[in-house]
Design a protein around this ligand. Structure first.
Ligand SMILES: *[C@@H]1O[C@H](CO)[C@@H](O)[C@H](O)[C@H]1NC(C)=O
Ligand SMILES: *[C@@H]1O[C@H](CO)[C@@H](O)[C@H](O)[C@H]1NC(C)=O
Ligand SMILES: *[C@@H]1O[C@H](CO)[C@@H](O)[C@H](O)[C@H]1NC(C)=O
Ligand SMILES: *[C@@H]1O[C@H](CO)[C@@H](O)[C@H](O)[C@H]1NC(C)=O
Ligand SMILES: *[C@@H]1O[C@H](CO)[C@@H](O)[C@H](O)[C@H]1NC(C)=O
Ligand SMILES: *[C@@H]1O[C@H](CO)[C@@H](O)[C@H](O)[C@H]1NC(C)=O
Length: 211
């Protein structure tokens, strides 16, 4: 009697473990395949909503999962993070005739290395939230109709290698925080309305190749 009761407890515990691990698994994956972080999915939807997409190049952004259904222009990291979710590695949306604005929600894609909106017709200002993306290496916004100042926050991107904002209508001074961009090799800023002095500290940037 007693051993069989222990057996049934054992079974019940084993069943509970199976069920709960299925639940945890189901939260971060579909049929065992990982899915994109819900925070990032929400951010991508907001990013699309603030754009105007005349060619419908982003029409698959309302179907399935960004990483596993391969949304146009969304590049994902191959490896999952500790929480079991996939993360966006980059947005490559060049030459799609996009207009509209850049959403501040871009600043929620915290593991991005590439942000590329080159040669579109995007207007409005550069969201300061891009300064949250500490992993960002390439910030490519050249050839749009961006206005407003360069956010101070862009100076605190420790991995930034290249910033291209040329061929826009950006105004105001170069933030002095740009002196901290000590991995940045290329600053392309021509054909804008940038005013004021180039901060003298920029001449001390160790890796600067092109300003
Ligand atoms: C965007 O859509 C247009 C029209 O369908 C197509 O010609 C073009 O190749 C697309 N561009 C990209 C980068 O997908
Ligand atoms: C972008 O729009 C312009 C003018 O609206 C048009 O001439 C051009 O063909 C478009 N390019 C693409 C790739 O759709
Ligand atoms: C992703 O970004 C977060 C926030 O910046 C950071 O803590 C984490 O280490 C990053 N993970 C990877 C794998 O890049
Ligand atoms: C750029 O901005 C300036 C001042 O804000 C304005 O006078 C000029 O017309 C703008 N140029 C373009 C090409 O939009
Ligand atoms: C870049 O700047 C950070 C902080 O300002 C500093 O810790 C780091 O050593 C610098 N790297 C180089 C290569 O100068
Ligand atoms: C950018 O500036 C250069 C030099 O002034 C000029 O030749 C070129 O036409 C400009 N391009 C645009 C798109 O305004």
């Amino acid at each position: 009697m007693y051993p069989s009761r222990a057996w049934s407890y054992g079974l019940r515990i084993a069943a509970w473990f199976c069920w709960s691990s299925l639940l945890i698994g189901a939260k971060n994956s579909i049929a065992g395949n990982p899915i994109t972080s819900p925070v990032e999915v929400t951010a991508l939807r907001a990013i699309r909503k603030s754009l105007i997409d005349p060619n419908n190049n982003l029409s698959n952004w309302d179907r399935g999962d960004p990483c596993t259904s391969k949304w146009t222009g969304v590049i994902c990291h191959n490896d999952i993070l500790e929480d079991g979710y996939l993360r966006v590695d980059g947005l490559q949306l060049m030459r799609m005739n996009l207009s509209g604005n850049l959403s501040p929600e871009l600043g929620r894609l915290l593991n991005m290395t590439i942000l590329d909106f080159m040669w579109n017709k995007i207007s409005g200002s550069i969201p300061k939230e891009i300064g949250n993306i500490k992993s960002l290496k390439l910030l490519l916004l050249n050839g749009n109709q961006l206005t407003g100042p360069l956010p101070e926050e862009l100076g605190y991107l420790p991995k930034l290698n290249r910033i291209q904002i040329d061929e826009n209508n950006i105004s105001g001074p170069i933030p002095t925080s740009f002196q901290y961009l000590n991995l940045t090799m290329h600053f392309h800023m021509n054909n804008n309305s940038i005013s004021g002095q180039i901060p003298p500290q920029l001449s001390r940037l160790p890796n600067l190749v092109h300003l």
